[in-house]
Design a protein around this ligand. Structure first.
Ligand code: FMN
Length: 377
């Protein structure tokens, strides 16, 4: 008992009551048939994580309105009755396996590979090019128009309505996606936000929209329903970006989301390990700061499928939970494997060779059945 991996311990902190500290990180799988309605394959994909012992499943980023929020062509949405009913089946499948599920709510802003007329904090050409595997489009993102105040209100309302749908569909909570370069992060980031109104300028203004979304959502849902927020320094189109003001920025940002009513903070690292994304330029831990400043439960992320790294993060107080992304795709039963001391599979980028959708993943799994999957048993 004494050397049980700390990710397997239960957690009861604030509104979070979870069977263990292992969460599936949100991962966009662009697997709908163009209508934003989750499919049966997605239900099975999500169910497996709960069956594999993950206490918490956070869904992929789900678009919140039909005007300007959608980032990818086959991304799921939470904007219609049909989408809501299909998500209900996913929530039920996860609950039937004993898991808890939060829906990540996402507005793509300028980083849309689906829309042509995009909206963002300011009319700034996004860095770099569209992501491979998420759509057929390639090349530069379209240059967005700056949002006016009515469009900002409409975006907030989209988050509220999607959260209410998630609650009605049986989800246990929502996670507001304010990370990785999408709309809310475009407002937070100095070089994508040149506004001169209350949403621009110092960091306390640039985090305002995220805080307003959190407050609006928490007011619109029941008192047991969880509202978390995901933050990051890095972006899908700028991996190495760090907050210019380091810990001082962190203090303002974490305090703002706490005061706005967030129930937890999830800090993301863009695929290059925890230290790459979660430390300041000076090497200080932003996740530790977030816990100290707010007292909220903290989900850490970035290369934490490695059991000794996950143990270090939990033992050293960088987080209360670990969110596992790519490692969970190849080990949907990561918690069970850890409990039984079984060998973990390494993530193989070949899984995304035909796109990041779930059906391509299942085909990839079938094609390698009998080799490394058997080795893991
Ligand atoms: C295919 C794929 C899709 C992703 N989509 C999302 C997303 O929708 N929302 C989000 O916040 N992060 C997304 N991420 C980032 C992951 O949640 C996670 O931060 C990243 O993979 C690093 O964690 P890892 O080292 O455990 O893989 C995605 C990552 C991958 C690989």
């Amino acid at each position: 008992m004494t050397d049980q991996h700390p990710a397997l311990n239960t957690i009861s902190a604030g509104k979070l009551r979870l069977a263990n500290r292992a969460a599936v990180a949100p991962m966009s799988r662009v697997s709908t048939h163009g209508d934003g309605v989750p499919t049966g394959a997605m239900t099975e994909y999500y169910r497996r994580f709960a069956a594999g012992g993950f206490g918490l499943v956070i869904t992929e980023g789900t678009y919140t309105d039909r005007e300007f929020a959608q980032a990818y062509p086959n991304q799921p949405g939470m904007t219609t009755e049909t989408q809501e009913q299909a998500w209900r089946r996913i929530a039920e499948a996860i609950h039937a396996e004993g898991g808890t599920v939060f829906m990540q709510l996402m507005h793509g802003g300028a980083l849309s590979q689906h829309l042509s007329g995009t909206r963002a904090a300011s009319a700034i050409q996004p860095l770099r090019t569209m992501l491979a595997g998420y759509s057929r489009k390639q090349g530069l993102f379209p240059k967005p128009q700056a949002m006016n105040l009515a469009e900002i209100d409409a975006a907030i309302d989209g988050f509220v309505q999607a959260a209410q749908r998630a609650e009605r569909a049986g989800f246990d909570g929502v996670e507001i996606h304010a990370a990785n370069g999408y709309l809310l992060d475009q407002f937070l980031t100095d070089y994508t936000n040149l506004r001169e109104d209350q949403y621009g300028g110092p960091v306390r203004n640039r985090i305002r929209l995220t805080a307003e979304v959190i407050t609006a959502v928490t007011r619109a849902v029941g008192s047991d329903f969880v509202t978390g927020v995901r933050l990051s320094q890095g972006k899908v189109n700028d991996f190495d970006y760090l907050w210019g003001g380091g810990l001082a920025d962190g203090e303002v940002i974490f305090s703002a989301v706490h005061e706005a009513g967030a129930d937890y903070i999830h800090f993301a690292s863009e695929g290059q390990g925890f230290d790459h994304g979660c430390l300041t330029r000076e090497g200080d831990s932003l996740t530790k700061l977030a816990r100290d400043v707010t007292g909220l439960p903290l989900i850490a992320n970035g290369g934490l499928h490695n059991p000794s790294e996950a143990r270090r993060i939990l033992d050293e107080g960088h987080g209360d939970l670990v969110a596992i992304g790519t490692g969970a795709l190849v080990n949907p039963d990561w918690p069970k494997k850890i409990a039984m001391g079984q060998r973990l599979l390494d993530f193989d980028p070949g899984m995304f060779g035909n796109g990041v959708d779930v059906e391509s993943q299942f085909r990839w799994e079938a094609s390698r059945d009998g080799d490394s999957h058997a080795m893991a048993a």
